[in-house]
Design a protein around this ligand. Structure first.
Ligand code: HEM
Length: 309
């Protein structure tokens, strides 16, 4: 039932709000009289969302492939959303940091455990056919995945291990980008030549990446962790959460991904070649990439054995 006293109170607050903006409250109230009531499908944009799965072939399992990649991109967006809240928080507390980090980890856990949709969820025969229409594209070109990396750790941890000694905080960002670990997927360091996978990716995103790298050079997850009081940085539960996130992104997810690639590319129907054309068996394995977001939270032995578990 309506409550008259409450109405008057709300009207008063509305009046104050619109007066402060020099706006006419009556016009807004009248708008309520004629406005359509909201529906689930308008709010969620269900029709638009469900019209985005466009197959390039008639193989039914291509739909699984497209939809699952899109789901990943949406979850990546949610992860970046949580990271930006930690990055931009003025007075960061341990509780806030930890609860957001747990959300991020939960999303990555979900991506890892659901990866069997990719490994078991498609018919290798069909995959072996529709994949040819995707060349030279690859999930490698997911820009959001790269943004998650840039915003999680210090840039030096994303540099190809062979060049880490030659790069520091004074190195221009463009030069650092040329030596990121993922260049190894398509760059011949002797000739400087790059594959279409890389040139297309950089043509589209290089400028955005450099701006983003600069921004997160001062507020990535590691630096925000270091902004916490010493006592909080030593918290066992927080350290456990940081290590869990690091391990899930850089070992568990990577291995689930690697196993899917092995299943389809090296299985009976595969020809060994990835759509992006990388030397993927070497490139993708965590023991070669040695990508670790928070190296200070791991022992020397753990780092030496990274990806060998
Ligand atoms: C059957 C499923 C999949 C296969 C066979 C596969 C295969 C590959 C291969 C071979 C690469 C190395 C680059 C290349 O030469 O193409 C790669 C990279 C990558 N893929 Fe996938 N992928 C699959 C699913 C996914 C999904 C669902 C995502 C989520 C968006 C994804 C995201 C990525 C990312 C981010 C990279 C770059 C990883 C890095 O630089 O270490 N992939 N994938």
């Amino acid at each position: 039932m309506s409550n008259q006293a409450k109405h008057i109170d709300i009207l008063k607050k509305l009046q104050e709000k619109y007066d402060a903006q020099s706006e006419d409250t009556e016009n807004y109230l009248e708008g309520l009289l004629y406005g359509k009531s909201l529906t689930y499908w308008d709010y969620i944009h269900t029709d638009a969302l469900l019209s985005l799965q466009t197959q390039r072939t008639t193989y039914p399992d291509e739909m699984v492939f497209i939809a699952y990649h899109q789901i990943n991109e949406l979850i990546f967006k949610m992860i970046l959303w949580e990271i930006s809240q930690i990055a931009d928080k003025k007075e960061l507390s341990r509780d806030f940091f930890e609860s957001k980090l747990m959300r991020i980890s939960r999303y990555f856990d979900m991506l890892t455990t659901s990866f069997n949709i990719m490994r078991e969820g498609m018919d290798p025969k069909q995959y072996g056919k529709f994949r040819h229409t995707l060349t030279p594209a690859s999930g490698f070109q997911s820009a959001q995945f790269r943004l998650i990396e840039f915003s999680s750790t210090e840039l030096i941890n994303l540099i190809d291990a062979r060049f880490r000694e030659t790069i520091d905080r004074n190195t221009p960002f463009e030069h650092a980008l040329e030596h990121l670990y993922w260049q190894a997927a398509g760059k011949d360091y002797k000739s400087g030549q790059k594959s279409s996978l890389l040139t297309n990716f950089e043509k589209r995103y290089k400028e955005e990446f450099i701006t983003f790298m600069k921004t997160y050079n001062t507020k990535n997850l590691w630096l925000r962790f270091k902004d916490l009081p010493q006592k909080d940085q030593e918290s066992k539960t927080l350290i456990k959460a940081m290590r869990h996130y690091d391990y899930t992104v850089n070992i568990t997810w990577v291995m689930a991904h690697y196993k899917a690639a092995t299943h389809y590319i090296l299985g009976k129907e595969g020809n060994g070649e990835a759509t992006g054309g990388s030397d993927w068996q070497k490139y993708m394995h965590p023991k070669y990439q040695k990508r670790i977001f928070f190296p200070e939270l791991w022992t020397k032995e753990e780092k030496d054995n990274w990806g060998h578990q």
